[in-house]
Design a protein around this ligand. Structure first.
Ligand SMILES: *Cc1c(COP(=O)(O)O)cnc(C)c1O
Length: 363
């Protein structure tokens, strides 16, 4: 007798492998593998979260009314064009569920967010991976891959795991050269960290388009990864579709109130940006000085290339660090066998990890 048989594309799914969070045999480990906030969350967000504990018997506001109002105010956008989700991962999933028919193609860069192939395949879509250039998304390569079957393009800007970005004019050029029936998803998970004149998270593009969805998250700069809060911004028609297929009570009340409080705490936001600026510079310079090749990053993480000779391989460095309790992200499965991704940590963690890598390079 055989049991129920899943849909054919579900059977073949890869699972998302998160950053390790413990090292064997070491009591205290330092996790710099998931691009989490170095400063934790805003104390105001934590207080709001705790304050909501008295109301756990109540269903959340299904419309996320106050949260959308707070986002709309901060970014000067229409609250009716915002959808909130359980992490931005849910928004990516909703987009696939709404716009993909099994067999449709979805384009994204080779060294990009691991969830893109997973959500694509989860809805029977066909992942189309295109080459990047110098670890940076390449608009020409994306355009060359567009076919009659393309339904969605995922663009992480800035990109994870490489930390690079493309300027607003390049995103605009991509949008201008694709048919209007392709959904362009601009994933701005690290937008809050970027301090470049020519960068835009995608708000202006959404304003003038009918086929662009910008996604954002509270998991990175705001440090609310555990509460799973993300949002999407697009034209009213797209938002209405995504709203119609999401679960009515998708975002818990504790998550909503914490998100609202986080948006109010502009001091924390500035502190987080300043911390990142300082240590991104420190680590980038320090890694270069010891013979490693950090890819220039605008995010809260750095992709480090290793020489891959005389034992100075990413794999050996990863083992060396793990033995000492430091967890970075090695991504051999993504064609990045020669790289480690390092999340910016606290001052002590940053100094320690650079000291350990110096030891590794000198041994
Ligand atoms: C972390 C990340 C996300 C998703 O984060 P959520 O916690 O689901 O909001 C989305 N895109 C990229 C590129 C990321 O790195």
């Amino acid at each position: 007798m055989s049991g129920p048989k899943p849909r054919p594309w579900i059977e073949k799914l890869d699972v998302y492998v998160g950053g390790k969070s413990r090292t064997d045999g070491i009591a205290k480990s330092v996790k710099l593998s998931s691009n989490e906030s170095a400063l934790g969350a805003s104390p105001m967000a934590v207080a709001a979260y705790l304050g909501e504990a008295e109301r756990l018997h109540r269903y959340p506001d299904a419309a996320c009314y106050d949260l959308r109002a707070a986002l709309a105010k901060k970014y000067d956008i229409d609250p009716g064009q915002i959808v909130c989700g359980i992490g931005s991962d849910e928004i990516l999933k909703l987009a696939c569920r709404a716009y993909l028919t099994p067999g449709d193609e979805v384009i994204f860069s080779k060294h990009s967010f691991m969830m893109y192939p997973i959500v694509t395949a989860g809805f029977g879509g066909v992942p189309v991976e295109v080459d990047d250039r110098d670890f940076t998304s390449d608009v020409d390569n994306i355009l060359a891959a567009v076919s009659e079957k393309t339904r969605i393009i995922f663009l992480a800007n800035p990109n994870n795991p490489t930390g690079t970005y493309i300027p607003a004019r390049e995103v605009e050029r991509l949008w201008q050269n694709i048919p209007g029936d392709i959904l362009l998803v601009v994933d701005g998970a690290y937008a809050e960290f970027v301090e470049k004149e020519d960068y835009r998270p995608g708000i202006e593009l959404v304003r003038k388009s009918r086929n662009v969805l910008m996604t954002r998250t509270f998991s990175k700069l705001y440090g609310l990864a555990a509460l799973r809060l993300g949002w999407g911004y697009a034209c009213g028609e797209i938002i209405a579709i995504l709203d119609s297929i999401r679960d009515p009570f998708n975002v818990p009340s504790v998550t909503q109130v914490a998100g609202i409080a986080a948006l109010r705490d502009s001091d924390f936001e500035e502190k987080a940006r300043a911390h990142n600026r300082e240590w991104l510079n420190y680590l980038t310079a320090g890694l270069q000085a010891i013979g490693l090749y950090p890819v220039p990053s605008v995010t809260n993480f750095i992709l480090i290339r290793f020489p891959e000779k005389d034992g100075k391989t990413a794999e050996a460095a990863n083992d060396f660090l793990l033995k000492r309790g430091y967890i970075l992200r090695w991504l051999p499965g993504q064609g990045l066998h020669h790289c480690l991704r390092l999340t910016i940590g606290t001052e002590d963690q940053n100094r320690d990890v650079l000291r350990l890598l110096t030891e590794f390079m000198e041994q």
